[in-house]
Design a protein around this ligand. Structure first.
Ligand SMILES: *[C@@H]1O[C@H](CO)[C@@H](O)[C@H](O)[C@H]1NC(C)=O
Ligand SMILES: *[C@@H]1O[C@H](CO)[C@@H](O)[C@H](O)[C@H]1NC(C)=O
Length: 473
């Protein structure tokens, strides 16, 4: 049999790219007849992608290659709302991806392209793939919860003619067949409700249904209800939960910065430290920073706090003078118990025995990582589908403490409300509590996450089913 080549099209954001590369590595390791080519589309603001791609070619994996896609001439994506920028940016590259892929097959006649594996932001490639007679699968680097909501919103509109505008009422609730509880409209991704974004939401739902399968970075034991009900819905292509796909080989522990952080943790007692980290765009307004500081000081727990300014246009920045934004005297008073850092080697920290709780923005990768290491979370989402993830973790799964499930940064910088120190403090105490039900459930799901990807585990078996389906074409 000819070797089967898979073309991966990730969105140019690190969380998406790393998750896709990990999926590629897992597929390749499972079947020797598979090769993967990862299309690299670069966003004008380089968000770490260039150095990551370099690190891939410096540590080559057999049968895994990258294919640089020339930039598109079209800049029309820039004039659209920030919710639609990524989608339209990917769309402007459809022709360039096609030309590169066609050139690749001409150059090597023995190549048989078996499938496109597309990021959800790349569903605009599906029609092009059809023209080339190649089937598409979508890979969601987020959870099945998000996939379920997107499919449901589109079904409501297309099959029941119900407009998404109805959910702008902050008290509205939705009955979604993939969720056990009513879903509060205020945890829906903001994008689904604004004008350009709701069009893309519809398009997503429609395009997902045209694929050969939906691959999700989750495992059935974590999101059992949503995964099983999606699989039982015959209007949806097969769903393959194949996660967690995490980059565990390198935990970012090698830099001097990381060594210093880990040394500090080494001196703290088992499960005593609360870790706060809010992802790539996770800055807070200064008033909120002060409330968090007061909460930490009064909670009495040692803390490791990744504190960063609101990120601007792809630039990672750092506070130059922490005294300017923290309460007077805070740094002296907490010098024995707390450590404030900028960038955090998140995996290395979560895997450290001293860490007992994680205050998180609920990006999907962060959720999978904290589950993998059995660290209970307190949820503080800010954008994209993070509010929905927080709702799922707290209400559907009972795996997290809710700090502020519907917290919203509008335009990533302004927020609607300030969460007060007293509330933050009590939630931190709750998540750090010894022997709580949440802590027990998280310990259980930690074991299940490892079993899922081990030989004969649920995700292992699903990946085998996926490979069979890919090779059957
Ligand atoms: C992921 O793992 C690879 C090794 O397979 C490593 O070289 C790379 O630096 C890791 N990337 C990140 C972002 O952790
Ligand atoms: C997985 O299943 C196969 C077939 O049933 C069996 O031969 C193998 O020993 C199992 N492996 C593990 C680690 O349980």
């Amino acid at each position: 049999m000819k070797n089967a080549e898979l073309i991966f099209v990730p969105a140019p954001a690190m969380g998406h790219l790393i998750s896709m590369v990990e999926l590629a590595k897992t597929l390749i390791s499972r079947d020797e007849s598979l090769s993967v080519t990862i299309c690299i589309i670069k966003f004008p603001y380089d968000m770490g992608v260039t150095s990551y791609v370099e690190s891939l070619s410096n540590n080559p994996t057999p049968r895994l290659s990258t294919l640089e896609i020339p930039p598109s001439d079209s800049e029309s994506y820039k004039s659209q709302s920030h919710h639609t920028v990524f989608y339209n940016f990917m769309k402007s590259h459809v022709t360039n991806v096609r030309d590169q892929v066609v050139a690749m097959t001409r150059a090597d006649q023995s190549t048989r392209i078996a499938a496109f594996i597309l990021d959800i932001f790349a569903v605009s490639m599906i029609d092009m793939a059809k023209e080339l007679n190649i089937p598409s699968y979508v890979y969601s680097t987020s959870g099945a919860d998000y996939l379920g909501i997107l499919l449901h919103l589109q079904a409501m509109k297309d099959y029941e003619n119900k407009d998404m505008g109805e959910y702008k009422n902050p008290d509205a609730e939705l009955s979604v067949p993939y969720f056990r509880n009513q879903v509060p409209a205020k945890v829906l991704p903001a994008m689904c409700l604004d004008q350009g974004g709701s069009e893309i939401t519809l398009l997503w739902g429609r395009k997902f249904r045209e694929t050969k399968g939906l691959i999700v970075n989750t495992f059935v034991e974590l999101e059992a209800y949503v995964v099983e009900s999606l699989m039982a819905d015959d209007r949806i292509p097969p769903v393959y939960s194949v996660g967690p796909n995490l980059n565990l080989s390198s935990r970012g522990q090698d830099s001097d910065e990381a060594a210093d952080i880990l040394k500090w943790l080494d001196e703290k007692p088992l499960s005593s430290v609360v870790f706060l980290c809010f992802g790539t765009f996770g800055g807070f307004p200064e008033d909120q920073v002060k409330e968090i500081a007061l909460a930490l000081e009064h909670s009495g727990h040692p803390f490791l706090w990744s504190l960063r300014p609101v990120k601007k246009e792809g630039h990672l920045s750092k506070y130059t003078n922490l005294d300017d934004i923290l309460p007077p005297g805070f740094l002296e008073r907490t010098s024995g118990t707390g450590k404030i850092i900028g960038w955090a080697p998140q995996l290395a920290v979560l895997s450290h025995r001293a860490v007992g709780g994680f205050v998180s923005h609920c990006g999907w990768n962060s959720i999978l990582e904290s589950v993998w290491f059995g660290v209970p979370m307190a949820t503080w989402p800010s954008y994209a589908e993070q509010q929905l993830n927080a709702f799922e973790m707290v209400s559907e799964l009972g795996l997290a403490v809710d700090i502020c499930m519907d917290y919203a940064h509008h335009g990533f910088s302004k927020c609607e409300l300030i969460v007060e120190a007293e509330i933050i403090k009590s939630k931190i105490n709750e998540v750090m509590k010894d022997g709580s039900d949440i802590r027990k459930r998280v310990a259980e799901i930690k074991g299940k996450s490892r079993a899922a990807v081990a030989e004969n585990g649920s995700s292992y078996v699903n990946l085998g089913r996926l490979i069979e389906d890919i090779l059957a074409t």
